[in-house]
Ligand binder design. Sequence first.
Ligand code: GLN
Length: 491
Amino acid sequence: MSDLTRMTATEIAGLVAGGETSAVEVTRAHLDRIAAVDDRVHAFLHVDSEGALAAAAKVDERRAAGEELGPLAGVPVAVKDVLTTKGVPTTVGSKILEGWRPPYDSTIVQRLRDAGTVMLGKTNMDEFAMGSSTEYSAYGPTHNPWDLDRIPGGSGGGSAAALAAYEAPLAIGSDTGGSIRQPGAVTGTVGAKPTYGGTSRYGLVAFSSSLDTPGPCARTVLDAALLHQVIGGHDPRDSTSIPQPVPDVVAAAKLGATGGLTGVKLGIVKELTGEGAEPGVMAAFRESVDALAKLGADIVEVSCPHFKYALPAYYLIAPSECSSNLARFDGVRFGLRVGDDGNRSLEEVMSLTREAGFGPEVKRRIMLGTYALSSGYYDAYYGQAQKVRTLITRDFTAAFEQVDALISPTTPFVAFPIGARTSDPYQMYLADLFTIPTNLYGGPGISVPCGLSDGLPVGLQIMAPTMADDRMYRVAAALESVVGTFTPPAL
Ligand code: GLN
């Protein structure tokens, strides 16, 4: 059998279903790969070998008993450490949750288990999903398999790096401002942010509740669609979950891979293709636009004039929501507690715990958000940002009256060297310049590898109207069918 870790999820599931390999064998191959490379990549914060092998054995038993297996049964998956996993450590990349073992599974993880996928472990991330490089993890950075001295993107750099390093064929991320798509772009993998409310936030440690969206990461568009289908759909435990079935993203990916794009109208977003993007990124993007046109798509330029205010609006809304959400980490209920020696007041213990437990970026956001929400400033900052959010939504609505989907590069630049942007928060924030508008609107967005610039991957972003997630998969699969997939140098 050729190397199981090089296969797509679709291929692995086929072999398991056909009895040509076992889920245990597949799991062992991936655990061995993790043991061989993860000391250099550091994609994982926790590897659950025992749990994974037990879950795999159960799949093999079910198959032997003649039970019908789902389309991803026996396929390993790596889960971003932002989702609760029953009995398995969940840290959100923060010291404040070190050692916390949640008493329950998030809905996403529950659905992964029900589908017979095998959870390998929890992946590294920027603390509380705040960052674009995974350098803000309290447990040290993840390294990009394309060049170990470079960042794998963030905040879900661990999930993306696990895919690119062949440690897992599937992974889960969460996208508040780009944290699935941007790591996908800079690691040459596929990352999809579903429609907000299309995937459940139950058991997702909250950063910015009106933006947070869990979603699939994979090495191919079809694999991402299969994973999306498994994790998506209505969840009564999440009050913002959309009570509708998942659009048929799998059929759309299959159609795109073979059917071309005749009759599909795509809009290049003028505001996301001008200033700010590296020439190498723009060159790869332009070549892909030509490829999309050859596939039959009708391509026009579209203006979304308010997108230029998306970054400042996001950096008021997201910190505001985080300042409220993170108030629950008080040293009483979860994880870390500092200074509880019997002589200190509750307030002192809380303050010592938060001082020791949160890193500098998280503290910066809490302070910014508390300020933006304070009386007297609320209207000028938070209120104003919400108005900008409405204008951005109107830009999307107007654009989708003209075109079926919008396209842009996913990120302005390729993977940068570790340490290059940590001294200036604004330089780090710029990594999400092109991904943030979609989050403010709530629609779906996907990043698909579209070429290389100086030997490093470039991603193309496709944005669709809310609940038209299938449309972006069709375009992504069509592009993938002509540009192919990208393999990093051997580790
Ligand atoms: N990089 C952005 C931020 O720091 C987005 C992060 C995310 O999507 N979780 O907030």
